[in-house]
Design a protein around this ligand. Structure first.
Ligand code: GLN
Length: 277
């Protein structure tokens, strides 16, 4: 048997900072802080074997979030899995921009298209208890994960429907529609690197310029928005001009692109005009 501090020291080589700690904390079902307070405890044989397995898989490239089945997003520790994109911190900017357009004191109809693990829908439903959030995804497996997350968070104001983008939403209209669709170009070399190799291709890549899903969503959005209703889309750092162009061409106004914390174009948005606009 070896001490936890020694096991961690040996495990860190060749991994990203923190990976070894996250994986060992997962094996032991303890918070990371517990590891530091128990560095001189011995790791038992069962935990040693399970940790070695996870380390080997991590070294072979599997994302930490798929190895633990969890990823932090907004205020939540979400369940994630290979059927869902791993939520990214920059998507929290989309949540913030949406919340700024959803008054807390009014009932609102909200849609999240391509919800994956449910990250955006769950954050909006949690922060706006009076809102009614409908989330769609083409993947039944992803919707299973999203629904499990909604149950774990005891959120009753979010519903999940299976289908592409607006397909399951018939003629319903919304005060706000949000989406983090796939937006990487099919030929982009990043798809063959890092965590992206393990994530669902359909949640990442979308046509020759990465804009196929965004074009479909923008084209259908106006008839699903109430007058004054907002559409917010996450996209790639080099797609701001193109997405603003699509939003304007669809007749949306107050179109703008917002940069993420790393100063990359990340979210573009616009609203359907009121009759008198
Ligand atoms: N932001 C992700 C990445 O570039 C892509 C997610 C997406 O396509 N929606 O890794």
């Amino acid at each position: 048997m070896a001490r936890i501090d020694a096991v961690l020291r040996d495990a860190r080589a060749g991994l990203e900072p923190g990976d070894a700690e996250v994986l060992l904390a997962h094996v032991l079902d303890r918070p990371r802080s517990w590891l530091y307070a128990h560095g001189d405890d011995d790791l038992d044989a069962d935990a040693t074997v399970r940790f070695a397995d996870l380390l080997a898989r991590r070294r072979a490239g599997e994302p930490v979030a798929y190895l633990t089945g969890r990823r932090g997003f907004w205020r939540f520790d979400l369940q994630v899995g290979p059927a869902t994109l791993i939520p990214r911190p920059e998507t929290e900017l989309l949540v913030e921009l949406a919340l700024a357009r959803l008054p807390a004191d009014q009932p609102q109809q909200v849609a999240d298209l391509g919800t994956g693990s449910g990250a955006i829908a769950l954050a909006l439903a949690h922060e706006r208890p009076r809102a009614d959030v409908l989330a769609t995804d083409a993947s039944a497996d992803a919707l299973g994960v999203a629904a499990a997350n909604a149950r774990a968070l005891a959120l009753a104001n979010v519903r999940f429907l299976r289908g592409d983008w607006f397909a399951p939403l018939a003629s319903e209209t919304f005060d706000l529609i949000a989406s983090n669709p796939p937006y990487i170009a099919d030929g982009d070399a990043h798809l063959g690197e890092g965590d992206l190799r393990y994530e669902p291709r359909g949640a990442l890549a979308s046509g020759i310029d990465g804009l196929d899903a965004i074009r479909r969503i923008v084209a259908d959005a106006p008839r699903h928005l109430v007058p004054g209703g907002w559409l917010l889309l996450e996209h790639g750092r080099d797609q701001g001009d193109a997405v603003r162009g699509l939003l304007a061409a669809a007749g949306l106004v107050e179109v703008e692109t917002v940069r993420d914390l790393e100063q990359r174009d990340r979210i573009s948005l616009g609203r359907r005009p009121f009759a008198g606009d």
